[in-house]
Design a protein around this ligand. Structure first.
Ligand code: PMP
Length: 358
């Protein structure tokens, strides 16, 4: 090792899902939305000017913050935006998790949390999910340096009832509790309303899933004005211009078409329910998902082999080689047609495997 390497901030990075590019692929591996962004966004896109590239954006991202505050009925002082919710979450870890006690999060959860904790040298402790993949709220009642979990959880898709979330917040008034609601729009109940009641709650959401804008990178969060001020202080000490001008304009436009939003989210939820029935019919087992993915296992079909077989056919799902979940696949909900292709493959695969065993 070179001498200078001793000073390097070494981290094992987060591994994002693959972004393959084949014309015939069925891409169900990174929880993207199969439908395009709403027509207002497409129209705004055509109206973008060179000026939007030449000029710096407003450092406070005011137009998008105002649009979000209006849409959700919050004050703008309660809203913070970032480059995807990953940026918002990273900034929140950096800002609020600065004590000696470990922060707490589930053992099976978004695999970026331990990466940020390592990067920022935050001590952490994982709390095991129950056998049914539910968060055990009592595990979060002990002394800690902060709490973070997704709701619905990822990659399980399991929702924690709002009353349990409030219990966790109530037992943690001395630290910041972050609820990561990346998948909340697919049928979950948001903790957003609790922001008025608890000054230690941060609720994080994103345009990447329900609003079909993963490529643009827009995330946001709600918290009491003091929390948001602290977040902005950290942000302005890091990078004044996190949000580019096209993101600010297109992001605001994404909130204009409520009917389109409801329709596309509704379609994904309907496809999810149909997919659950068909997967169950094939013998797959999964906890009930309230997100735009299903986390499934099969008693006879090893997940890694199935993952590889699907990939050969350009059907992409996500596989995690991690304790407790290394026999599961996370399957994003696409269009009905995409799910038909997946199910068709699984039917054939299962038959072929049964033939091999016979
Ligand atoms: N939280 C969870 C639980 C996620 O699964 C993701 C998607 N990888 C994110 C946050 C980040 O999403 P984005 O940065 O696209 O908003």
């Amino acid at each position: 090792m070179a001498k200078w390497e001793e000073n390097v901030r070494k981290v094992v990075p987060y591994t994002p899902g693959e972004q393959p590019d084949f014309p015939d692929m069925v891409k169900l591996n990174t929880n993207e939305n199969p439908y395009p962004p709403c027509p207002a966004v497409q129209e705004k896109l055509r109206g973008l000017r060179y000026e939007d590239l030449r000029l710096y954006p407003a450092p406070g991202a005011d137009s998008l913050v105002d649009a979000l505050a209006d849409y959700y009925g919050m004050q703008k002082e309660q809203v913070f935006v970032g480059v995807g919710s990953d940026d918002v979450l990273a900034m929140a870890f950096l800002t609020f998790f600065n004590g000696d006690k470990p922060i707490l999060f589930p053992d099976i959860t978004y695999s970026f949390y331990d990466v940020w904790a390592e990067l920022f040298r935050i001590p952490y402790e994982r709390q095991p999910l129950s056998g049914a993949f539910t968060i055990v709220k009592e595990d979060y009642y002990k002394p800690n340096g902060g709490v973070v979990f997704p709701n619905p959880n990822a990659p399980t898709g399991v929702e924690l009832p709002l009353a349990d979330i409030e219990d966790i917040i109530r037992h943690n008034r001395d630290v910041v509790v972050i609820v990561d609601e990346a998948y909340i729009d697919f049928g979950g109940v948001s903790a957003r309303g609790l922001v008025e009641k608890y000054d230690n709650l941060l609720v994080v959401q994103t345009f990447s899933k329900s609003r079909s804008m993963a490529g643009l990178r827009i995330g946001y969060c709600f918290g009491c004005p003091k929390l948001i001020r602290y977040l902005n202080d950290a942000k302005y000490s890091f990078n004044s211009y996190t949000m580019n001008r096209p993101s600010l304009e297109l992001g605001a436009a994404a909130l204009w078409d409520e009917a389109y939003f409801r329709e596309t989210v509704g379609r994904i939820m309907a496809t999810r329910e149909r997919t659950k029935e068909r997967l169950a019919g094939l013998g797959f087992q999964f906890a009930d998902s309230k997100s735009n993915f299903i986390f499934a296992t099969h008693p006879q079909l090893p997940a890694r082999e199935l993952f590889e077989a699907l990939k050969e056919k350009h059907i992409y799902v996500r596989y995690f080689s991690k304790p407790r979940i290394d026999n599961y696949l996370r399957i994003t909900i696409g269009t009905d047609e995409q799910m038909d292709i997946l199910i068709g493959f699984l039917e054939e695969y299962k038959k072929a495997m049964a033939g091999e065993r016979a």
